[in-house]
Design a protein around this ligand. Sequence first.
Ligand SMILES: [Zn+2]
Length: 302
Amino acid sequence: MKNYYFKDVTSCEMCGIPSTNHKVMGMRLNTSQGKNPKAKIGIAVGVIRCTNCGLVYSSPQPIPKDIQDHYGTPPEEYWKAHYFEWTATYFKTQIDFVKTRINFSDGMKALDIGAGLGKAMLSFKHYGFEAYGLEPSIPFYERAIDKMGIDPERLKLGTIEDLEYDDNSFDFITFGAVVEHLYSPKLCIEKALKWLKPGGLIHIEVPSSKWLISKYMNAYFRIRGTSYVTNLSPMHVPFHLYEFDLKSFQVLGNRIGYSIDHYEYSVCEIYFIPRFLHPLLRWYMKKTNTGMQLTVYLRKNN
Ligand SMILES: [Zn+2]
């Protein structure tokens, strides 16, 4: 069993409204809840929805005493040969889009927060950016340099909370799928915004708090007579601590100084639901913005 301390949450991380009247959605176990949740045992925390901005968070918030309990060294068999294959299509859609929005010129600076093996950094370089990155995991950091040929001058080892860059130094910063894993998304976005030039863009992909499938699964859990909900995974893989609404980003922008330049919802994978219903569900989720993933591009105010 991992070691946690449990932090009381008194206000919404994104909009700052006190949590007193927020909606209790149910409880989340520290393991997969499966199809017969009544047979499961474990530790559960409350799952709350902010009634102002739609952010979903856990309360109390379990924080591991050692973060390595969540993101420690992967075993040797984790590393598959294809993880180390890079092609120029990697992250190309996002790079193409950003270039049209920032009046691109060669040598503009891009930063990847949570660079992993450095594949997005390779794409940045390939498409004319000066590529920088930070990566908190030692095994990923080492492989990015040794196996992927990333310049050690350009990749820092550490967390966004601990590292520093000069103010106003990047034209584009991507968080990829990182923000839902951060204990304080507000502080981290604020920090990245400081490093970004005025008019520059931040790219973020997060789980959406309006995902249709989780609504159906929560209804199923209610029918089975439990108070469990499927949202979040604060104590097990993939360690999602938050789900976000577009409004969560809009109100945070008013607080810290950016505007939403562009957003989109993506349907992504469909789980648990019978396969023949997938085309209909895909169509419906697309139409109603209730897909699994929310992508936002934030523009720093001038
Ligand atoms: Zn809120």
